[in-house]
Design a protein. Structure first.
Length: 607
């Protein structure tokens, strides 16, 4: 189908292209196909057609002129037949036409009824954009869908609201909206920051004050390497495998064997999570991969390295007690951090097929009980994927984006793959320095996803809707993405920190940082990096450097007093209520860490 459309486009036969698009049926357009213009991209027919219509005004005009009546008839027939796939395809084929509004309304109502509130909100908005006169009818539904997400959308109604055969007075409806909004706001809401600071601390001088020690379950045999050359290249594996999140003044720290809660205001540990009954794995098993906790109002969901494969566990947020655990089958492993999609826990798992391939699955679990709800095949990978086991995920408005170390893909909220983009990657044995790269969550912002991944020597900017590459920056020594400011994407390499233009990926500035350690921080205006400085006697201290994120200009520098170690290690740094907390360690194979507060003692040096 796409080959025929491509031929019509190349011949500038716009009416033929429109006819071919209008003739598409869901039963003959399932699966993925190569993109018309990008050999590295595979996409579904709806995604490909949407991109064509967006880019080719002549085809859009031909569709509107020839198939406006067809659109209304086709959509009416699909609605009568309750054919969701045909209705979804019609919203793409006949996008922008008045007839498409009925398809958007039907799909929005369906999403609202099935609990996919983000999708419902988006579709109601699209329907009202097509026909603004529908605001009086659809505005209340949009307001309810948004309330189910904990968001206040639109103005309060002053007329009765009809849902099917049920009519609510304006007062009843607003009471319902208020209750749902309050309930959802108090439910399992997740911080998008996942351990990042809200703002980079102001340039200052600090003194380190030890507030507690992170110890307990740290994994078996920490001296045994999990990845080749970890010790040779002095990769700080303990810190790379730590993950933090912050909520309500509490720092939650996970080392993949336990989650611990530290109260910053009280300056004390609140709890360490209850240990599962299964066998603890080695400290460097699943090497260099942080397992980030999903922290909500009353519970935490995360992966822990017990049993033959990682367990998915749910903890009570107040006490750290186990509420439920999920253990996979022998050949199946949960490979991604958990996300909350449509009120349910979603993870990816990989099944070893025994023929040098792996099957990647979309798994859904009930948040309250851990019961399995759904599983769906996403794709197959070569067995060589297991050398790195990269599976980093981030939520989208509808679905998720997944980075698999050489492959990036996006799904909808039901786990159906929308597009797959391939990247050039070298086998792990041919690129031993890949272990210096970080397992970072893809950065999603303003309809774009920014991706850096182990084994790939580029940074890519990709359109979330279509998978089309906006730009690519080739960086042979790339380590990972640090964050995004209003103007640049801040990237770390083995030798420096760089600001890449968001528009085209060109290097805007570079700042050389010898002996860079820890995890630099980025916000809208500043970047803060830490580097190691050697002192007399062989001990090491931390120097902090601040720079302007737009231009990379130095704005301050200082040494953190009170930190002096023979082999210094610096883990995640967080800002909690204006207080700066860091995780500090020593040595290559000591898995215990100190939680240290950096207390301001004066202004930073302007150098």
């Amino acid at each position: 189908a796409l080959t025929e459309i491509k031929a019509a486009l190349e011949g500038e036969a716009w009416e033929d292209a429109a006819r071919l698009i209008a003739a598409l049926r869901p039963e003959t357009s399932a699966g993925l196909a190569p993109s018309l213009a990008d050999a590295a991209l595979l996409a579904t027919v709806p995604v490909a057609v949407g991109q064509i219509l967006e880019q080719r005004e002549q085809v859009r005009d031909a569709m509107a002129e020839q198939f406006a009546a067809t659109a209304k008839l086709r959509i009416a027939q699909a609605i009568q037949a309750d054919n969701a796939k045909a209705i979804e395809l019609a919203t793409v084929q006949f996008a922008g036409m008045p007839g498409a509004v009925e398809a958007e309304k039907w799909l929005a109502d369906r999403a609202l009824g099935e609990g996919r509130f983000a999708e419902a909100t988006k579709r109601y908005e699209q329907a009202m954009d097509l026909v603004p006169e529908l605001e009086s009818e659809l505005g209340p539904r949009l307001r309810l869908a948004a309330a189910m997400l904990g968001v206040n959308e639109g103005e309060p109604v002053n007329e009765p609201v009809v849902f099917g055969e049920k009519t609510l007075t304006a007062m009843e409806f607003e009471r319902l909206v208020g209750e749902k909004r309050s309930l959802r706001a108090a439910e399992f809401l997740v911080s998008d920051a996942r351990g990042q600071v809200d703002a980079v601390p102001e340039p200052a001088k600090f003194v380190a004050k030890v507030r507690g020690r992170f110890e307990g379950a740290v994994g078996e045999r920490p001296q045994e390497e999990g990845a080749k050359r970890t010790n040779q290249l002095r990769v700080p594996w303990v810190d790379r495998q730590l993950a933090t999140d912050v909520a309500d003044g509490i720092v939650y720290v996970s080392n993949r064997f336990q989650v611990s809660a530290y109260d910053v205001g009280e300056e004390k540990w609140l709890w360490q999570s209850e240990m599962p009954g299964q066998t603890m794995q080695r400290a460097q098993e699943w090497p260099l991969i942080p397992m980030r906790p999903l922290v909500g109002t009353d519970r935490i969901v995360t992966r822990l390295l017990y049993s033959a494969n990682p367990l998915l566990v749910c903890l009570d947020k107040q006490s750290g007690k186990l509420l439920w655990t999920v253990e996979t089958r022998e050949r199946e492993a949960i490979v991604s951090d958990p996300l909350l999609i449509n009120g349910q826990v979603v993870v990816l798992s990989a099944v070893n097929e025994g023929d040098q391939t792996l099957r990647v699955l979309w798994r859904v679990f009930d948040l309250q009980t851990g019961d399995a709800i759904a599983r769906k095949n996403l794709m197959r990978l070569r067995g060589s994927w297991s050398a790195r086991r990269c599976a980093q995920v981030a939520p989208l408005d509808e679905g998720i984006v997944v980075v698999l170390g050489g492959v990036t893909l996006a799904t909808n909220g039901d786990g159906d793959v929308r597009w797959v983009r391939k990247q050039l990657t070298l086998p792990a044995e041919d690129d031993p320095r890949w272990i210096l790269q970080e397992y970072g969550v893809p950065v999603v912002e303003s309809g774009r996803v920014y991706v850096a991944q182990p084994g790939v020597r580029t940074v890519e900017c990709v359109d979330v809707r279509s998978g089309a590459r906006e730009w690519q920056a080739v960086l042979p020594e790339v380590v990972g993405i640090l964050g995004r400011s209003s103007e640049v994407l801040v990237v770390r390499t083995e030798t420096d920190v760089r600001g890449l233009n968001l528009a085209d990926g060109t290097t805007r500035w570079r700042y050389a940082v010898p002996e860079l350690i820890g995890f630099p921080l980025v916000d809208e205006s500043r970047v803060m990096v830490a580097s190691r400085e050697r002192m007399e006697g062989g001990e090491e201290q931390v120097r902090l450097t601040w720079m302007d994120s737009a231009e990379g200009k130095l704005v301050g520098s200082s040494v953190v007093e009170g930190v002096a170690e023979k082999e210094l290690r610096l883990g995640p740094v967080t800002s909690v209520g204006g207080r700066v907390m860091a995780i500090v360690g020593r040595g290559q194979n000591d898995p215990t860490r100190d939680v240290v507060e950096w207390v301001v003692t004066g202004k930073a040096d302007a150098r």
